[in-house]
Design a protein around this ligand. Structure first.
Ligand SMILES: [Zn+2]
Ligand SMILES: [Zn+2]
Ligand SMILES: [Zn+2]
Length: 253
């Protein structure tokens, strides 16, 4: 499986509009972070997790010509705002786009993108096929997904384990039982917002502690704020097996 980090930034992205901090002024390409998303290529299947506001730009940058399905972790705008741009795939693939999400998330998509679900559909709008998911394992176009229940302050969010890769974003609590589902993953991508504690995201230290407990061969931190510090400097402080993800990073798992 090939994993491409389409975006690794928190909800505002990095740089932040109007901010002139050192990270936002950095010329290091790894300090330019679009909103969080990953592309999974498993055999001939192409799957994206979350379609944030930068979806179009990310798909163009990575030259993703084919998309078989979208899977959502939760309903926050930084994970869903780009949904309208799946139209391009409807036109080129001549079929509805399968969307996999929990019932609560699908209901929110119906409210925020009411025109997609209207009885009278304006020509050219996105065409979707809804697949409600739960905490039970499911398949996306034949690719097995194991959902991992995590908490994002009070909001229940899903992470996903696909083979030896686990992807968790927007979490600040994972129960012991859910950690067991992650254990044994060769590669884990986990959110780490900044050094200071936060109400709904793991801090850098919390993420490092969790990864030291789970002991993957390799881990990548994502959903990163400009407040975390520069890519180069933060990586120097991390154990060798933990790196910061950056936009465009590709790994084989
Ligand atoms: Zn988010
Ligand atoms: Zn800044
Ligand atoms: Zn969120």
């Amino acid at each position: 499986m090939k994993v491409t980090f389409l975006g690794t930034g928190t909800s505002q992205g990095v740089p932040v509009i109007g901010c002139s901090c050192e990270v936002c002024r950095s010329v290091d390409y790894r300090d330019k972070r679009l909103r969080v998303s990953v592309h999974l290529q498993v055999d001939d299947k192409s799957i994206i997790i979350d379609s944030g506001p930068d979806f179009r730009q990310q798909v163009l940058r990575e030259r993703i010509k084919k998309l078989d399905a979208l899977v959502f972790t939760h309903e926050h705008k930084d994970h869903t705002a780009g949904l309208d741009d799946i139209r391009a795939f409807n036109f080129s693939q001549h079929k509805d786009m399968p969307l996999f999400a929990e019932e609560r998330v699908l209901e929110q998509l119906k409210r925020e993108f009411a025109y997609i679900f209207a009885d009278f559909k304006y020509p050219g709008i996105p065409q979707v096929q809804l697949h409600p998911i739960t905490e039970e394992p499911f398949e996306v176009e034949g690719v097995p997904f194991i959902p991992i229940r995590v908490k994002h302050y009070k909001l229940p969010v899903l992470g996903f384990r696909v083979g030896d890769f686990t992807y968790i974003t927007d979490a600040n609590y994972i129960s012991a039982a859910e950690k067991e589902k992650i254990r044994g993953s060769k590669v884990i991508a986990l959110n780490a917002l900044r050094k200071e504690p936060h109400i709904s995201h793991f801090s850098l230290q919390e993420a490092v502690d969790l990864l030291e407990d789970l002991q993957p061969e390799k881990a990548y931190l994502t959903h990163i704020s400009h407040l975390l510090g520069s890519h180069r400097e933060v990586e120097l402080e991390l154990p060798d097996f933990i790196r910061l993800a950056y936009d465009g990073l590709q790994i084989e798992v």
